[in-house]
Design a protein around this ligand. Sequence first.
Ligand code: ZN
Ligand code: ZN
Length: 449
Amino acid sequence: MGIPHGQAQTSKSEDHVSYLLRTTEPRPPVTWKNLATELQWVNVVALTAIPVLGIVGACHTKLRWETGLFAVFFYYVTGLGITAGYHRYWSHRSYKASTALQWFLALAGAGAAQGSIKWWSRGHRAHHRYTDTKFDPYNAAEGFWHTHIGWIVLKPRIKQGSVDISDLASNFIVEWQHKHLNVLIVLVSFVFPTIVSWLGWGDARGGLVYAGLLRQTFLHHSIFCLNSLAHWLGESPFDDKHSPRDHFITALVTLGEGYHNFHHQFPMDYQNGRRWYQYDPTKWFIWGCGQLGLASHLKVFPENEVRKGQLTMQLKRLRETQDNLVWPVDKTDLPVINWEAYQSQAAECPMILISGFIHDVSDFIEEHPGGARFITKFIGKDATAAFFGGVYEHSNAAHNLLSMKRVGVLHGGVPHILDEKNVPPSQRLRITRFNEPACRSDSFDEAEN
Ligand SMILES: [Zn+2]
Ligand SMILES: [Zn+2]
């Protein structure tokens, strides 16, 4: 059995992407001088001519409501060819499709004029495997325009990362579509809507302009947003390691592919918008096909694992909040003094002992809500019992504020850190990393023993 290419030569300390970067020769950077030879002219002409002809045609062709309605309907049909077909079925295998559904998706996808299933899925698998690296064909690190259209009109600067597409190569429909793609694009994208509008309501020209050329223009940029907008606009509720984002607007323009942060975490899930209210017509279409017996084995990632991803991000944000607050000086960083020293220092500066901690209350005497007398009478004394209900049951905020006034520890006076009274309420539940002690004072106590 052979070792997969690339892994054999990779040293243990070097990851796969670094190895590829070291061993792959990129094409020279694009300049004005070499632009003509670096452009993919077929794509440039197609992406310019289709919108120009569409706009010019629209200026000279009245829009009939039947044609307009059909154009929108056909936009969804051909769009689903990409989202439900190329993307969720062939690239990610997120469900099983019957032969009839596969034919429908292959033809509809051809009508989106975005390359063949084989070419598209190969690039998309590389996009998932090498996200945000040079081997991702639409690497978000190279900016919005590169991911939107730059990668299509310019020759790739570096060969995209390797992926396994053996399952696609053995699929007859995929191979057939790849072989006849150019004819299929012309037939499905332009001839078909022209004929439907002509036979249906006698508007061949409108069919070509609105349901052919303009629909194609909108669909191109709509699907391009799956690579650009979806890696640029919105939130990262599941993982912020890479660029994919979740946003309703992206979902709106990409037939539901806008929950892209979720998708990159759980790419084999047939849904992009997991919640019922999230706009994802593609998942509704696949679900509907399932109800009709055209699709089966719709994959859904376990809710428990999805929630773990969400919790991780929530904890991360809470940790940032925690780190941006000022906390009491830790027990281990405070000077330890005996009773006599406490007495002599309290005689010079108002200090109060509570729970073994010595607190400097000089700036608080006048601010004490219960009156200055309840502080001054405890100066140089142990006010633990009074603070915790003997005189008044203080609030959490009072306890938190008190801990900020710690200036020392009475020798042998601090009870064990696990005593709740000893820990300010704001520090009883804290976020700690796996390699940090839950509380610094814990290690201090261990060291003492
Ligand atoms: Zn992506
Ligand atoms: Zn994907």
